[in-house]
Design a protein around this ligand. Structure first.
Ligand SMILES: [Zn+2]
Ligand SMILES: [Zn+2]
Length: 150
């Protein structure tokens, strides 16, 4: 049982390199570090979050930013803006061949952000709604109080 859990938590170097190469990117130290950090999170992370987490490994802010953008441009990572004008980044989750979109939760009191991969929101488009609401790229953000702030 212990080995099963370990396997799920840590993504191997070979898997990370495979993800990078599959997207047409060269596998470099900073890219592997950024990808590993993002995969280990349950919420999208800002550039500042990554700097805090990876500073001890000797990566400077500019290097981390450039590599985040590389990963986003290559389509491995998506950028989300949750209304506070801070770009956050997360690894795109895939279901089969297509990227699975999921809602994000933001606590209206403390601002904590989390992914809700198992929450489904159904959009019923009325006549006054923009046509783009029918697309799969709609960003859904739910705001309420988190469990700690209720
Ligand atoms: Zn809260
Ligand atoms: Zn997310």
């Amino acid at each position: 049982m212990a080995t099963k859990r370990q396997k799920k938590e840590a993504t191997s170097l070979a898997e990370l390199q495979g993800l990078l190469r599959g997207a047409g990117l060269r596998s470099t130290g900073p890219r592997v570090a950024v990808l590993r950090d993002l995969l280990g999170r349950a919420a999208p992370a800002s550039h500042a979050d990554l700097c805090d987490a990876l500073r001890r490994d000797g990566f400077d802010r500019a290097t981390l930013y450039r590599n985040l953008i590389d990963l986003a441009d290559a389509g491995i990572v998506s950028r989300v803006d949750l209304g506070d004008h801070v770009w956050r980044f997360e690894v795109k989750r895939r279901k089969g061949d297509h990227v699975a979109n999921h809602p994000h939760f933001v606590c209206s009191a403390c601002g904590v952000v989390s992914c809700l991969p198992d929450v489904a929101v159904r959009i019923t488009r009325g006549p006054s709604a923009p046509r783009s609401l029918a697309s799969k790229d709609v960003a859904i953000q739910l705001t309420a109080l988190c469990d700690a702030c209720v």
